[in-house]
Design a protein around this ligand. Sequence first.
Ligand code: 5GP
Ligand code: ZN
Length: 115
Amino acid sequence: MSAETNCIFCKIVAGQIPAKKAYEDEELLAFHDIHPWAPVHVLVIPRQHIATLTEVGTEHEALLGRMLGLAPRLMKELGVTNGFRTVINTGRDGGQEVYHLHMHVMGGPRPWLKG
Ligand code: 5GP
Ligand code: ZN
């Protein structure tokens, strides 16, 4: 399990900075976004540091599948009943700000702040 020294999400994984957790297991962590765009806005991340979706290989396919599969379960648990969005921003032109792979999962009644 690698941890990048200056990665804010690795610090959340390590418990060095606080986050409002929504789910965790041995591979994944989900926590509420600090600046939510929607009434419910969580980020699903692998515990392992993978910078972007560009870095994933075939060995990560099961992990990616688990990230996506978690989304509907999480939304249900968090009371989202009318649909949700899943977004992965990749690289500069993809609008990625934090370089630790994460999937945004957003739901709740509209209007939303963004998205
Ligand atoms: P990106 O633009 O990289 O796809 O999204 C990064 C997201 O991480 C943003 O929505 C931002 O609000 C969120 N974020 C950045 N720093 C923190 C933090 O320290 N804690 C939490 N909970 N969310 C963060
Ligand atoms: Zn990281």
